[in-house]
Design a protein. Structure first.
Length: 481
C-alpha cells in the first residue's frame, strides 16, 4: 500500500512541476532553441534537392545530422515532444487559474484586516460617514464590500484577466499551428507569362501536405498568368511595385475572371491563398541539331543572384546525341567589370545578354536522382564552347546551334492552404490585447475602518504605483467634508 501511495505522490509531484509557469517558460524557450536547426540546415519537406546536395558534399556529417532528424526538424520526435509538453504545461497551468479567476470575479472583496496600521500608506483622520467613503470609491470604479464599521474596496481585476487571456491565447496559437500542420498544404510553382497553372499535385515545383491532408483535397481552380509588371526606382534600382495580372477559373469550364495579385495582396480562393513570392526572367532560345532540326524552342527560368536580377540557369537538351547542356547567365542590362566580369546594372531588360558555356556528355537525367533545374552536373561532360549572345544572335557550337530570341518574365506563386491561420491571427490579437491589459491595469485594495477615528490603508499588488495618490485623494475628499 505504501508503494502505491508513494507512486501517486510522485506522479502528483511530476504533474505540479510540469504545470508550473516556470516549466512552461522553460519549454517555450526550448521550443525556440529547437527551431533554430530548421533555419540552419535544409529541410526535406521544403528543399529535398539541397538535402541531397548536403549528403553529397558532406556524407559523414550528413549521416549524423540525419540520425538526429536535423533535416526533418519540425516533424522530429524531440521537437514534437517539446511542443506537446508545452501544450500540456500551458493547459494544466492556465485552465485551473482561469476557473478560479472566473469564480473570484463575482466574489466580494476580502474582509477588512484587523490591524490596518500594518498595511501600506496607513492614515488616520477624524471620524467620517462611511456613506461618503462608499460614494467616493464607487466613483473611482472600486468594487465595494460594506460592513457595519468598515469598507473593503478593490479594483484592477482586469489585470489578472489580461494575464490569463494572454496565456489562453498562446494555447489557441499552438492549436492553430497544430491544425495547420495536420490539415494544411503548402506549395510553390514557377510560371512564365502566358502559362497556366491547374491546382493539381503535378503542377507544383514543391508541394508538402499535412499529416491528414491528401492530394485529392486540393481546391479545384486554375490560374493563367496574363501579365507581370515590375516598377523600379531609376536612381536606386530599388523595386517600387510589382503587379501580377492573372485569369482565374473554377471549376473546370467556368468563365475566367481577371484578378490582380501584389506582394501584400494575395488572391484568395476559399481557405487557399496565392501569394506573389518572387520574380525573374526566362531567356527564350531556339536550339537546332546538326541537321537543322529544332530540338528545343521556348523559355527557361533563370534564378536571380542579386537585386539587379543578374541570373544563372541551365538549359538541358537530352534529345541531342551526345546530350548538350548550357551553363548560362542572363544579364537584363549588361555591364562588365574587370573583377566581377559580366553583370546586370539594372533590373529591367534594357540591353540583354545571354552568356553561355556549352557542355556535351551525360546530363545524368536517367540516374533517378533529383537535380536542380538551375544547375548542371558537368563531372561527366566536356566543355565545347563559350559565347555571349545579344538579342537574335546565333552561335554554332559544332553539334548544333543556339539562337537567343527573347525573354519572358516568370513569377513564383506560393499556394498555401492553412485552415489554422485564422485562429492563429485571432490568438495573436487576443494575446497582444491581454498583454496590454495586464501591463496597464493596476490592481489594488483600499480599506476604511470606523472607530474613534477613521482608519485608511491599502495594498498594491506587486508594488504597482498609484495607490498612494488614490489614498491621498480619498483623505483630501473626506477632510473637506
Amino acid at each position: 500500500m505504501s508503494t502505491v501511495l508513494d507512486s501517486r505522490s510522485f506522479l502528483r509531484w511530476c504533474w505540479r512541476q510540469l504545470t508550473s509557469m516556470k516549466t512552461a517558460l522553460i519549454l517555450l524557450l526550448l521550443l525556440g532553441i529547437a527551431a533554430i536547426p530548421g533555419s540552419l540546415f535544409p529541410q526535406r519537406n521544403q528543399n529535398p534537392i539541397q538535402v541531397r546536395e548536403y549528403f553529397t558534399n558532406n556524407p559523414s556529417t550528413a549521416a549524423w545530422l540525419d540520425r538526429l532528424s536535423l533535416f526533418d526538424v519540425y516533424s522530429s520526435p524531440w521537437f514534437s515532444a517539446i511542443y506537446l509538453l508545452l501544450f500540456i504545461s500551458l493547459i494544466g497551468c492556465v485552465l485551473p487559474r482561469t476557473i478560479e479567476h472566473l469564480k473570484a470575479i463575482g466574489a466580494k472583496p476580502p474582509l477588512t484586516p484587523k490591524y490596518l496600521e500594518k498595511m501600506e500608506y496607513f492614515t488616520e483622520i477624524k471620524k467620517v460617514d462611511l456613506d461618503l467613503v462608499e460614494k467616493f470609491l464607487q466613483k473611482k470604479h472600486f468594487r465595494i464590500r460594506r460592513d457595519k464599521l468598515s469598507i473593503s474596496a478593490e479594483k484592477g481585476y482586469a489585470r489578472e484577466s489580461g494575464n490569463l487571456l494572454f496565456h489562453l491565447s498562446l494555447i489557441l496559437i499552438l492549436i492553430a499551428i497544430g491544425i495547420g500542420s495536420l490539415f494544411g498544404s503548402k506549395g510553390d510553382a514557377i510560371l512564365n507569362v502566358g502559362e497556366r497553372f491547374i491546382n493539381t499535385p503535378t503542377s507544383y515545383d514543391i508541394l508538402t501536405f499535412g499529416k491528414y491532408q491528401a492530394e485529392d483535397s486540393l481546391s479545384p481552380f486554375s490560374i493563367t498568368v496574363k501579365d507581370f509588371k515590375a516598377e523600379y526606382d531609376p536612381i536606386t534600382n530599388a523595386p517600387l511595385d510589382y503587379t501580377l495580372t492573372v485569369a482565374t477559373a473554377n471549376p473546370a469550364g467556368a468563365s475566367e475572371k481577371t484578378e490582380i495579385i501584389k506582394v501584400n495582396k494575395p488572391f484568395t480562393y476559399g481557405s487557399t491563398k496565392i501569394y506573389l513570392q518572387a520574380n525573374g526572367y526566362s531567356p527564350v532560345v531556339i536550339i537546332k541539331d546538326k541537321a537543322g532540326k529544332v530540338v528545343f524552342n521556348g523559355p527557361t527560368p533563370f534564378l536571380p543572384q542579386d537585386g539587379n536580377l543578374t541570373s544563372i540557369g541551365a538549359i538541358k537538351v537530352p534529345d541531342m546525341n551526345p546530350q548538350i547542356g548550357f551553363v548560362s547567365s542572363f544579364l537584363p542590362t549588361a555591364d562588365r567589370d574587370p573583377v566581377r566580369g559580366g553583370f546586370s546594372s539594372y533590373p529591367e531588360v534594357l540591353d540583354p545578354r545571354l552568356l553561355l558555356s556549352v557542355w556535351q556528355g551525360d546530363l545524368g537525367l536517367n540516374t533517378g536522382i533529383a537535380q536542380s533545374v538551375y544547375r548542371i552536373d558537368t563531372s561527366k561532360m566536356t566543355r565545347i564552347g563559350l559565347k555571349a549572345l545579344t538579342l537574335n544572335e546565333s552561335y554554332n557550337f559544332g553539334e548544333g546551334s543556339i539562337t537567343f530570341t527573347g525573354w519572358k518574365s516568370w513569377v513564383n506563386l506560393q499556394i498555401v492552404n492553412d485552415p489554422g491561420k485564422g485562429y492563429a491571427l485571432l490568438g495573436a490579437i487576443l494575446a497582444i490585447s491581454g498583454l496590454l491589459i495586464s501591463l496597464f491595469t493596476r490592481q489594488r485594495r483600499i480599506w476604511v475602518k470606523q472607530g474613534k477615528k477613521t482608519q485608511i490603508a491599502g495594498l498594491a499588488k506587486n508594488g504597482i504605483p498609484g495607490l498612494e495618490d488614490e489614498i491621498n485623494d480619498l483623505v483630501k475628499e473626506l477632510s473637506n467634508e
